[in-house]
Design a binder for this molecule. Structure first.
Ligand SMILES: Nc1ncnc2c1ncn2[C@@H]1O[C@H](COP(=O)(O)OP(=O)(O)O)[C@@H](O)[C@H]1O
Ligand SMILES: Nc1ccn([C@@H]2O[C@H](COP(=O)(O)O)[C@@H](O)[C@H]2O)c(=O)n1
Ligand SMILES: [Mg+2]
Length: 474
């Protein structure tokens, strides 16, 4: 795709598409642009996708197809090949001896810096590498902040610092013969090289580097994509996943085990009522219960299930699933107890245990009381606490469950609202736990209380602090 078609694409669809080389600028002029936006706001971080694979596997083709389908998002494409080191005149004279497929051929520090800046929502200048002179030329290419950043190149999974910045890693897995035949065609037609030179370079550098560096990095991929651009199903699924992630809260991009139930006007309406300091006790309980029920139902959806066939009254077979039987609820006293009824209403006869954690000052937490099912280690555990704030109580509660032999992956932590600080603390310490919540909060105030929050949930739900309620309505 040439730059004209990119301009056309940008103007016609609103996509910010910026993966191409422009002409004329020395690498020495390359520098990181001062930020055009001071928004290092966590909500604005782009979704970063890495696309690796052998040379001529179809990486660029796949990226262009993804970009075309993401037509209502701003997308920036960054090619690793823009970050090749300039060759010295001596190296150019002996170019056939130069290994362009080795990780050392790339200026990874500059690439890393560019990607970090794009992640922070800053515009960057990308060098313009010329395959004929093997040097950067003017002008460099300005890449504006985008919703989605795609980094494409043979070795983008090699350095762990680059991998760590990626939210999704795709490996384009194309047959070696096809890669070689495409490379011969491309390098002879587009780069003006002869077949012998292409084949020599292939056997001396390209094939060994594929085996030594590119193929071993395939294990880091989230998606291995056979047949590259011919694999339309994979491209559709990838685009669908990106769109889902973009619609989600920023934290869900970082922690795949954090589930924020999809917001609807009904859900926002319920939040509006229970967050309102003037709401009566009756309404607070009514709408909290409605929301809790939704969170509980959503959480139950994450339990493992088994396929089951039953015979219907018409004598037909219905293939369905069987509910998980080995589960229990554990409520964090006192506010977690408000969630028990919803759990009982959904799971007939469910065992419910309790944990009491005492808050000592702002940060200290102490476990005071526990009453857990004896066979808890064999159960899936739904941990109940409507508010995840600092994460300190949650860490105490989860640590106790782990001590009792519960598998971390068998814990589903259900909240109504979660502060980002608490999510970070819990997800970093227990990466296999699942958190299901209905809204992510702005943060914590100087007293470590969740904001905007809803006050002391237990007091409002159990009616132990009249100061919350202006007029009682029942
Ligand atoms: N699915 C495909 N069918 C036919 N030709 C393809 C396909 N995918 C890529 N190509 C061609 O193969 C060459 C290399 O593809 P490209 O996407 O540039 O690979 P990479 O970026 O991995 O080097 C290009 O000339 C491209 O047009
Ligand atoms: N001056 C150069 C620089 C790189 N190459 C080859 O390009 C390949 C990587 O590009 P893809 O689009 O195929 O990923 C790599 O195999 C290098 O050998 C080159 O030939 N000359
Ligand atoms: Mg390419």
């Amino acid at each position: 795709m040439g730059s004209n078609s990119v301009d056309l694409l940008q103007s016609s669809t609103g996509v910010h598409f910026s993966g191409l080389h422009l002409n004329e600028l020395e690498r020495r002029d390359f520098k990181m642009e001062k930020t055009t936006s001071s928004t290092e706001n966590a909500y604005r971080q782009p979704f970063i996708i890495g696309v690796a694979g052998g040379a001529s596997s179809g990486k660029t083709t796949v990226c262009n197809m993804i970009i075309n389908q993401l037509h209502d998002q701003r997308v920036a494409l960054v090619n690793q090949e823009s970050f090749y080191y300039d060759l010295t005149d001596d190296e150019v004279a002996l170019v056939h001896e130069y290994n362009f497929d080795h990780p050392d051929a790339f200026d990874t520090e500059t690439l890393l810096c560019c990607l970090e800046n794009l992640k922070r929502g800053k515009a960057v200048e990308i060098p313009n590498y010329d395959f004929k002179t093997h040097k950067c030329v003017s002008p460099s290419r300005k890449v504006n902040p985008a919703d989605v950043v795609i980094l494409e190149g043979i070795l983008v999974f090699h350095d762990h610092r680059l991998r760590d910045l990626m939210n999704m890693k795709i490996f384009v897995d194309t047959d070696a013969d096809l890669r070689l035949s495409r490379r011969i065609r491309r390098d002879t037609l587009e780069k003006g090289r002869d077949v012998k030179t292409v084949l020599d370079q292939y056997s001396k550098f390209v094939k060994p580097a594929f085996e030594d560096f590119i193929l071993p990095a395939k294990k880091y991929a989230d998606i291995i994509m056979p047949r590259g651009g011919d694999n339309h199903v994979a491209i559709d699924l990838i685009v669908q996943h990106i769109c889902t992630k973009l619609g989600q809260h920023e934290l869900c991009k970082i922690y795949p085990n954090l589930y924020v139930i999809q917001s609807t006007f009904q859900i926002r309406g319920m939040h509006t009522i229970i967050r309102d300091a003037q709401t009566t006790k009756h309404d607070f309980i009514f709408y909290s219960d409605r929301l809790i029920r939704l969170v509980v139902e959503h959480g139950l959806g994450h339990l493992p299930f088994q396929e089951k066939q039953v015979m219907t009254p018409t004598g037909s077979v219905y293939t369905g699933v069987e509910f998980c039987k080995r589960l229990c609820g554990i409520s964090v006293i006192r506010s977690g107890e408000s969630m028990e009824n919803a759990l009982r209403a959904c799971c007939k006869g469910i065992k419910i245990g309790k944990i009491l954690i005492h808050r000592e000052g702002d940060n200290g937490q102490q476990l005071i009381y526990q009453n857990l099912p004896k066979d808890i280690a064999d159960r899936q555990v739904l941990l109940l606490d409507p508010i995840l704030g600092t994460g300190n109580s949650a860490v105490q509660a989860i640590s106790l469950l782990l001590e009792k032999g519960v598998d971390e992956a068998n814990i589903i932590f259900l909240n109504l609202i979660s502060a980002p600080q608490g999510v970070h603390v819990v997800c970093k310490r227990f990466p296999r736990i699942k958190i299901v919540t209905s809204e992510i909060e702005q943060g914590l105030n100087e007293d470590f209380r969740v904001i905007p929050g809803m006050g002391e949930f237990g007091d409002r739900y159990f009616g132990t602090d009249d100061s919350y309620f202006g007029t009682e309505d029942d």
